[in-house]
Design a protein around this ligand. Structure first.
Ligand code: NAD
Ligand code: IPM
Ligand code: MN
Length: 356
């Protein structure tokens, strides 16, 4: 019997609503599989916690989390607490503190009806974005000079270290080799004349060790266009922290919207816990109304199962999401349906178990 310790951070807005559905799925798996068991510990951290306690998480929060196998997170950020505080003191603190330097964000179309793109099918939109998740434009380095004065200047420094750049590119090459796929690097060396020139050089260097992997390299502006017009160009993509953030919202858009996009924050050395979460945020515009689509959060359970080495469950979850979408009966309003978050989640769990 394999026992996995899971830390739950439902967080803000629709976070708790979608995490509840993911937990249902985990409990169903536990019941169906006598070799698996999960132990849950919930943490109340987030913006409400901040308003009551003056902090997003406890000072020793990372210490409290470090012995869990994984973290399952909903969303962080809500009007009333400045975003740069809520995100830097919780979500980004965990990603960085646990050196979750790989962000795996699949861009997978499950049904042609979901894409706003004309004449594109599942064959055309099926790739993986590997986003650098620990430094780059999100280094948090900068300065704010002459605050409030006419000569005011805000500086935001990107940090691209040899170690940080090489390890993410190498990880992407390994994935491409394993899956026998091409690898596309997305950067912007024409304008970012230090960081991205360096990125491109490292990509070129590391590529020499992988002569079996076909490579492409695009500027991020052109790549944004190709994501929309020719997504079939991409198999595995590696890119920087900020570009990966933005490109994966485009990825979400072409596969059915934010309600479907999942992301895994991986610490490949397994020295610290990895974290699984939907790509979307707390969606204040729909929170508390049962309107949130829990599929992204459920899909991140599939990524968690893969991480546990339970790939059969990972596959089963994605197949069941597809089945639920193909049926088209229990969908949330973002997908044109009338089901609530809870109804979709319960129906999913039934389908998952029926499909075994
Ligand atoms: P958002 O992803 O929360 O919402 C963008 C749009 O997508 C909204 O119209 C929302 O209703 C819709 N949407 C998102 N998830 C959905 C779902 N599951 N089902 C149906 N519709 C969904 O992005 P935002 O509005 O820019 O950000 C809101 C807050 O969330 C901000 O504080 C932001 O910083 C934070 N945020 C957090 C994370 C995270 O925790 N990982 C990610 C993105 C944004
Ligand atoms: C995401 C989010 C975060 C990011 C924000 C909330 C800091 O947009 O996970 O995509 O930019 O990484
Ligand atoms: Mn984002």
């Amino acid at each position: 019997m394999k026992k996995h310790k899971i830390a739950l951070i439902p967080g803000d807005g629709i976070g708790p609503e979608v995490v509840a559905e993911g937990v249902k799925v985990l409990k169903a798996i536990e019941q169906a599989d006598e070799n698996l068991s999960f132990e849950f510990t919930e943490f109340p951290w987030g913006c409400e916690y901040y308003l009551e306690n003056g902090k997003m998480m406890d000072e020793d929060g990372l210490e409290q989390l470090k012995d869990f196998d994984v973290i399952y997170l909903g969303a962080v950020g809500y009007p009333g607490v400045p975003d740069h505080i809520s995100l830097w003191d919780l979500l980004l603190k965990i990603r960085k503190g646990f050196d979750q330097y790989v962000n795996l964000r699949p861009v997978t179309l499950l049904n042609p009806s979901l894409t706003p793109l004309k004449n594109k099918t599942e064959k055309d939109i099926d790739f993986l974005v590997i986003r650098e998740n620990s430094e780059g434009e999100y280094a948090g380095a900068g300065d704010w000079l002459f605050k409030g004065k006419p000569e005011e200047v805000a500086l935001q420094t990107g940090v691209f270290s040899r170690k940080g750049t090489e390890r993410i590119i190498r990880y992407a090459f390994e994935e491409a080799r394993k899956r026998k796929k091409t690898l596309t690097s997305i950067s912007k060396a024409n304008a970012l004349n230090y960081s991205m020139v360096f990125w491109d050089e490292v990509f070129e260097e590391v590529s020499k060790e992988y002569p079996d992997v076909g490579t492409y390299s695009y500027l991020v502006d052109a790549a944004s266009m190709f994501f929309v017009m020719q997504p079939e160009r991409f198999e595995i993509v590696v890119t920087s922290n900020l570009f990966g953030d933005i490109l994966t919202d485009i990825g979400a858009a072409i596969t059915g919207g934010m309600g479907l996009a999942t992301g895994a924050n991986i610490n490949p050395d397994r020295e610290f816990p990895s974290m699984f979460e939907p790509v979307h945020g707390s969606a204040p515009d729909i929170s508390g109304k049962g309107l949130a689509n829990p599929i992204a959060a459920i899909w991140s359970i599939a990524q968690m199962m893969d991480f546990f080495g339970e790939e059969e469950w990972g596959k089963q979850i994605v197949t069941t999401i597809k089945k639920l979408i193909d049926e088209g009966e229990q969908l949330t309003p973002d997908l044109g349906g009338k089901a609530s978050t809870e109804e979709l989640g319960s129906h999913f769990t039934n389908l998952l178990i029926e499909g075994l």
